[in-house]
Design a protein around this ligand. Structure first.
Ligand code: NA7
Length: 293
């Protein structure tokens, strides 16, 4: 298929590369110019989208999606009847509805398809997509999902992919924070971190989040698989959605405060697992965190 891929960050770049590898005709665009092997680089989102059947976005946040779609030289200039716009960024579910309406005003369709699987999943073509949109539209772009991922789950109409993603990331943030606090308490009492992690893995407390993060944490490797600034952005999206839906999230509010301090302390570009280093510091434990050279 003819695809425009916009946003070549940690996730977008390997996604675009996998589309090209599977033989799709890919035009890429990134705000800071970047190349992807096997793809044509375009100067603007509008140029990338010119003549494309599908425009796929993976940029940082709601404002970025709005700019790419509707800003100067945005996708809107090239929208045509029958085109499909897909958004794999994690953004506001409410704004997603607005963006979809405006895109549909041009006769194109809109699909929100946020992803999980982290950097490793993106590189391996093993992402999982949680999708909001019309079933026939999803069927048309199934080969593209298959080129980048291992599973696609339709969650409902437009916006339900984003609603699912921020709810799922709420669990990730809280599960990791639970692990980080438990690890800090255990180690401050003299328990070896490796032993603690091994024991957790033998019990019902075992978790996919801990399985994924523990090896990095035990090596004090906080290089970004999922940067803290993006999880902090998602926490704000969760709290915004909760306010709209009149849902109370007391545990998340506390975790938000930890992210606020982490951000103030300059941890934004490290992995979100670096929140652990704050707990360790507050506990008077030695902190060896940082990005290895
Ligand atoms: P990264 O690695 O931080 O990449 C973010 C991308 O978004 C990168 O290509 C940025 O371009 C682009 N970006 C950021 N702001 C803008 C604006 N205003 N306009 C256009 N493009 C922009 O994030 P990930 O790849 O890890 O994650 C992407 C999404 O998936 C995010 O929503 C996650 O929560 C999930 P740059 O290279 O800085 O010029």
């Amino acid at each position: 298929m003819k695809v425009a891929f916009l946003g070549l960050g940690i996730m977008g770049r390997p996604m675009a590369a996998n589309l090209a590898k599977k033989g799709h005709e890919v035009a890429v665009w990134n705000r800071t110019p970047k190349q992807v092997e096997g793809a044509r680089a375009a100067a603007t989102p509008a140029e990338a989208a010119q003549g494309a059947e599908v425009v796929w976005m993976c940029v940082s946040d709601t404002v970025a999606v709005e700019q790419v779609l509707f800003g100067e030289n945005g996708v809107e200039d090239s929208l045509r009847e029958g085109m499909i716009v897909v958004d794999s960024s994690t953004i506001s579910p409410a704004r997603t509805l607005e963006f979809a309406k405006r895109v549909r005003g041009h006769g194109a369709d809109y699909v929100d398809a946020p992803i999980t699987g982290s950097k490793i999943g993106a590189e391996a073509g093993q992402l999982i997509f949680m999708v909001g949109g019309a079933e026939p539209t999803l069927e048309r772009i199934r080969p593209l999902f298959e080129a980048m991922g291992k599973a696609v789950k339709r969650m409902g109409d437009t916006g339900k992919g984003q609603a699912t993603k921020i709810s799922m990331n709420l669990m990730i943030a809280l599960i990791f924070e639970g692990f980080a606090e438990a690890l800090t308490l255990a180690t401050k009492q003299g328990v070896h971190a490796e032993n603690f992690v091994e024991l957790i893995g033998m019990t019902m407390v075992k978790s996919g989040v801990v399985d994924y993060k523990a090896p990095f944490v035990l090596k004090n490797d906080y290089s970004p698989n999922f940067p803290l600034r993006l999880m902090y952005k998602d926490i704000r999206l969760m709290l915004e959605a909760a306010k709209d839906a009149r849902v109370k999230l007391p545990a998340l509010r506390t975790v938000e405060e930890i992210y606020e301090v982490a951000s103030e302390e300059g941890l934004d570009d490290l992995d979100y697992a670096a929140t652990l280093t704050l707990l360790q510091k507050w506990a008077g434990l030695e902190v060896k965190g940082g990005v290895p050279a």
